[in-house]
Design a protein around this ligand. Structure first.
Ligand code: SAM
Length: 243
């Protein structure tokens, strides 16, 4: 099976429970408020034409639409986008929804935003370059975190978190995992580092990358945790913005 078909199938199967994980769709009002503040600060003044790439069930799309932006949500997975459509209808928000691959950008935009998509792209550089062409005078906002083998502290933190989750019997965030062969085919599939992303962003033709720690989101998330988990902290979230 072609890799994109495998990835699409994974997310189609994940759609039913994706929003159950608070890391995907936060239930805490404080965490939601921290995300709103971060996204508002990173986007230009509304109304801008915003493309949310790998939009999934729409957490970022909905936040941007609520701020008054004209949002297009692009994703490979029809099932994830069905969830987005339902959430937008429930919130009374108008969002254009497009099923497609990250490199097939439907039109031109003032902003291309993504959250947690780059790690799962077989060619993240090609996607960043396509987004650049679709927003020649616009802005890139990549919402990511430092995780995985990209940093030894994160390897240790993830190991400790896995142990805590087993102890607390917290269900996994996803219905399964990518097959190893799929992970091996993804350049960022075992971890993301801001250094690597900033280099990729520049190579793709974006200028002046700016790195922001999303400290308020991390803080709000940490405040929701019990002890001793709170001492473990969370993988640091960050935004990479370029023009
Ligand atoms: C980790 S989820 C992130 C969803 C959403 N951005 C969020 O923050 O909740 C990754 C999303 O990327 C989508 N995706 C994976 N590969 C893609 C590709 N090549 N083109 C477009 N979307 C893709 C998946 O279907 C899934 O919805």
């Amino acid at each position: 099976m072609a890799i994109l078909d495998e990835i699409r199938r994974f997310w189609d199967d994940d759609a039913a429970t994706y929003d159950d994980a608070p890391g995907h769709r936060p239930t805490s009002p404080a965490v939601r408020a921290a995300w709103s503040a971060a996204i508002e600060a990173l986007l230009p003044a509304p109304p801008a034409r915003v493309l949310d790439c790998g939009a999934g069930t729409g957490f970022v799309s909905l936040q941007a639409a609520r701020l008054g932006h004209r949002v297009t949500a692009l994703d490979l997975s029809p099932a994830m986008l069905d969830k987005l459509r339902a959430a937008a209808a429930k919130a009374g928000l108008d969002i254009d929804v497009v099923v497609g691959e990250a490199t097939d950008v439907p039109g031109t935009f003032d902003v291309v935003i993504e959250r947690h998509l780059l790690w799962t792209l077989p060619d993240p550089g090609a996607a960043l370059a396509a987004w650049r062409r679709a927003a020649p005078a616009g802005r890139l906002v990549a919402l990511e975190s430092l995780w995985g083998r990209a940093d030894p502290l994160e390897v240790l933190r993830a190991r400790l978190w896995r142990a805590v989750r087993r102890w607390r019997r917290i269900p996994p965030d996803h219905h399964g995992e990518y097959p190893q062969a799929v992970r091996d085919a993804l350049p960022l599939g075992s971890g993301t580092h801001p250094r690597v992303l900033a280099a990729l962003v520049e190579e793709a033709g974006w200028r002046s990358p700016r790195l922001h720690r999303l400290r308020d989101v991390d803080w709000a998330v940490t405040l929701e945790q019990r002890l001793p988990e709170r001492l473990l902290g969370v993988p640091p979230r960050f935004a990479l913005v370029a023009t």
